[in-house]
Each structure stands twice: as C-alpha cells, then as structure tokens.
Ligand binder design. Sequence first.
Ligand SMILES: Cc1cc2nc3c(=O)[nH]c(=O)nc-3n(C[C@H](O)[C@H](O)[C@H](O)COP(=O)(O)OP(=O)(O)OC[C@H]3O[C@@H](n4cnc5c(N)ncnc54)[C@H](O)[C@@H]3O)c2cc1C
Ligand code: SF4
Length: 578
Amino acid sequence: MGAPRERLRVVRIRLAIADESRSMSDAFLRQLIGPCGTRSVRRWVFVAPDQLHLQLGALRATDPATTGVVLLESREWLSRRPYHRMRVAAILLNQRNFAVELVKAGFEVDYRIGDEPMVDMLGAAHKAHGTLHATEWAEREMRAEFEPLRKAGALQVVPHDGWITLASDFEVCRRGTQWSMDAFYRAVRKRTGILMEPDGTPAGGQFSFDVDNRKPWKGEPSAPAPPRFDMDPMRVEVQHCIERTFAKHPGELDMQSIAGTHAECEAMWIWAMTHCLEHFGPYEDAMSVRSSGLFHSRMSPLMNLGRMPAARMVQDVLAMHLPIASKEGFIRQVIGWREFVRWVHLATDGFRDAWPVAAHPGDGGFAGWSGARWSTAGSSPEGVDGGAQPQALGDGTPLPPAFWGAASGMHCLDRVVADVWREGWSHHITRLMVLGNLATLLDVQPRALADWFWVAYMDAWDWVVEPNVLAMATYGTGGVMTTKPYVAGSAYIDRMSDYCSGCAFKPDRDCPITPMYWAFLGRHAEKLQANPRMKLVMAAWRKRSSEQKARDQATFVHVRDVLVKGQRLVPQTSLFAC
Ligand SMILES: Cc1cc2nc3c(=O)[nH]c(=O)nc-3n(C[C@H](O)[C@H](O)[C@H](O)COP(=O)(O)OP(=O)(O)OC[C@H]3O[C@@H](n4cnc5c(N)ncnc54)[C@H](O)[C@@H]3O)c2cc1C
Ligand code: SF4
C-alpha cells in the first residue's frame, strides 16, 4: 500500500543565482516544500535577517494559514563589508533554518536569494504581494536602506517589541548631553521589579556586585567547552555556500560551533545556564589563553539575530538558584548594558548628531591588510553610509595590521586577535581591555576600529557595535556614555590574565603598554584633567619626571610606527622601561 498522497505547499523561492539552486537542492529547498491544506495568504510579512523569531513584531500572533513570510538573502548586503565568515554563516544558517521552521509551522514562505541590495529584492516582493508588514529594524543601516519603501507605503512597520526597556527609563539617566548606564540600570530595576525586594530595596542589598566580580582565573573551576553541533545537511550546504560564494571573506569557519535550528539555540542557552552562569560573576573580567570564553554565555550572536529573546533569558535567570553576584552581573549585562547602548544609538542617531559621517561603508582595514580593495566598496544602496566619525581625542592613527593577524609581538594583542579570527567572537574584557585599550593607547581612529569590530565579530550590528567602540572603548565621543576612557597599563592585563607569562615582554620591566598608558595621559592631559574621575591618575602622571614623560612619548611613537608598518615589536629595555 502506498503512502497517502500529500498536497505540496506552494513555496515561492526566487533564485536569481543559478549555482545556488544546484547546491540548494537537498537540505534547504526540499525542506521548504511540504504538505499543506487549502490556504489563502492574505497578509505578507517581511522578516529581516536579525528578526528571526515567531513572536516578534509583525509576526507575533499571526495565523499561519493566512500569513506569508518574505525572507531575503542579499549577497550585496552580506558582502557590503568584508564580514568574518562566521558572521555570514550564522546569518545564513539561522535564516534558512528559520524558513524551514516557518514552513513546518504552516506559513507560506517566499525566500529570495539574489545579488541585489535588500531594498531592491524587497521592492520586487512588494510588487508580487502588495503591502508588506514589517517590524522596525534595530539596525540603522536597514532603516536607512528601507526608508524609500516605507515612504512609498510599500512597507507597514510596527514597533520592534523585542526590547525590555522603555524610552522613559532612558530619559531619567540623561545628564545634559550625557547618559549614565548606572542610573538607567537602577531605573529599569525599580520600574520592572527585577531583582528587587518587596520593600523596594535591591536584592542582596546593592544594585551592583561589580566590585566583587573581578577575580582572575587560575584554572579552577574548570571552564566549560562550548557545545558542538552535528554537521547536518543544512550546515554542509551553508559551509559550501560560504566557501564558494563568500570565499573572499576573512576568518576561519567552524560550522559546528554555530547554533542554527530553534532546538540548537535552546541547547546553546541551556549550556550557558548549566555550565556558565554560576561562575559568570566572579570571573567576568578574567582572560586566559586556556579558554577564550571562560564563563561567558556566548549568546550575543543568537540574541542579536532575534533567535533568543532577551526577556526570556532574563526570566530564566531570575528563576535560577545562582549566587547573587553572578545573577545580578548577568542580568545587568542584558537589561542594563545591552538595552542602554541601543538607546544611546537611537538618541544620537548613531552619533551622527555631533560628528561628520563617512560617505561609504568602511572595510575595517581589509584593503590595507590584503592589498586589495574590498570588491563591493562604494556600491551600497542610497541612504547607506559609512557611519559617524567621532574623534573627541583628536586625529587618529590608522588601524595597524596587527588587528588582521600580523604579529605585533605583544602576546595579549596577538592572542585575542587570533581568537577573533578563529571564532568571530571574544568576550567583553578582551574587547575592552585588550583590543580597545591598545587601540586607544595608540590613538587609533575610532571609526576605523568600529569598522574592524563590525567585520570581525559575528554579533556585530551597528546599534551595538558603534556605541561600544566609538563611545565606550575609545572615548571617541567624549563622555557621552562613559565617565572616563577605559585605558590601563600592563599591570591590569597581568592581573586579570595569563597572557604575560607567554610574552616576550615582562609586564613590570619592559612591556610597552605601561609607558604608552602614561604617554596617552600626557598627550590628552588638557582634555582629561578637567575630568573628576581622572583626578588621581592625572596627579600621578604629573609626578612623572620630564625624562620619564619624554621616554613614554618616545615609546608610543616607536610602537605606533612599528605596528602601523605591520612589523613586530621586540623588547628594547632602554626605551620601554615602565
Ligand atoms: C569594543 C567592544 C565592542 C563590542 N561589540 C559588540 C557587538 O558588536 N555586539 C554585541 O552584541 N556586543 C558587543 N559588545 C558587548 C559585549 O562585549 C558582548 O555583548 C559580549 O562579549 C558577548 O558575549 P557573551 O554573549 O558571552 O556575553 P556575556 O558576557 O555572557 O553577557 C550576556 C549578554 O549581555 C549583553 N551585553 C553585555 N555587555 C554588553 C554591552 N556592552 N553592549 C551590549 N550588550 C552587552 C550581550 O547581549 C551578551 O550576550 C562589545 C563590547 C566592546 C567593549
Ligand atoms: S607583557 Fe605586556 S604586551 Fe606582553 S602580554 Fe603582558 S601586557 Fe601584553
């Protein structure tokens, strides 16, 4: 007896690219075609590549029987910058799996793959389906690209309801032209009751346990290995697609480390809850050659793709039995920092309110490193630019090739850069206190650094990468969202990591980072000494002799010149003495 005959779902798949259709025949295409009953799509929803959730915005509570979903794979957009292969792979793997999940849930899916910009592909989808419903885009670049379609009425846009906080939370933390993350976080805690006692006091007696969370990691407790996922046919197909279509993109590709299906995203989060969160707090600031992630959750790529809602994560963490320093520390990252930077992004229009804007998307230093111009440079759609170019501390140094893997001789920098090009990710303190610190001490142009972070990290999107780099890590926007520059000498790196033991330099003898730190304070003394939070360190800098100050500056000049040429530093005790 044969199997019952099934009606086949009519799935519209636009394949503008012939070779793609060949490679897509199995894992993806076939899964998009499945059984369905009689249906008539009355409403089409466009879901952007970073909105991959059934309960988000325009897709929330929709009836699959009458709803169609448009998804786009635009090669122009995916290659607008020389993004790390891991970033492109995470987007493709998750979006394709999401399409399959939509089909299984009963939706009709119009999945379009093409060379054109997303705005053109969306225009064509509008012609085919009429008005498209959409969710407000987190990324400014998408908002700018889709604006002509919105203006023309082709898109009906509802608010993005994946955020936890309100504009009013942000308003209370405004101090003139500056915003305080601490005030924002307290306001959110008080309004939502998250980690608050019934009498209105914070759980554990204080709003932040940050000062308790600064332990270096000496190997115990052992750091968990992140999950690995099976090389299923969809993964194999995306890997082939990256190797063939996105071959020029930099970075290693490790498909098995990327969660792609809904079930895998859940597994990733369960891993983080089970193995990371207990020790998250105390070792939050630690760095080690033995574990690139330590107890960090690695959830940012999935959160920023919409796969894992922040609100769900907060609920889960609140229900867990965790030491308060870890619980509060993690919650603060999600309802505090993550939401805060997004409000800063909106309030400053990506810092365009105060700074000139680059005409075209930057390549993050790709051309300088590879010797070849990024192929799509300058061909972006109207409205897309290169972002704000703040430089509160003055003109900048170009990004040194060390950020692209040329050995600098500084083990901390080389190690973290290697981690990033291997994984497309590194944790917060390596971003802030190694990469950001070194770049700031070198006076690297904040925009060049932001573009590098944007291309090198798989969790990078303009709303989050720009505030973190332009404002937080480099102090490029002045004190817009931080009270002082995040800079440190080698003592900090030595205390919080095990990098120094494998370095040609010795942190207390000839490491160039400490004199560079003093030189930074000296070069920017005029701007920094008015800052009350810099009072102590500026007083210490003033006490340095003029010979020491001259040697600090000579060290800076030497290190900058060597690194900008892509050369390796070697110990020179006479110059680098701390
Ligand atoms: C220079 C620099 C660049 C950064 N660029 C990005 C970026 O492109 N994308 C990105 O998502 N984060 C960025 N961050 C913030 C932070 O470093 C990452 O969110 C975090 O390292 C991601 O790893 P995780 O998921 O293990 O985070 P965990 O340490 O486990 O923290 C949990 C979550 O808190 C959120 N979070 C924590 N700190 C921040 C922050 N400062 N801003 C926004 N969210 C935060 C993230 O969603 C993160 O997943 C940057 C930070 C710096 C200093
Ligand atoms: S000695 Fe200096 S350059 Fe070397 S790892 Fe330590 S801080 Fe970095």
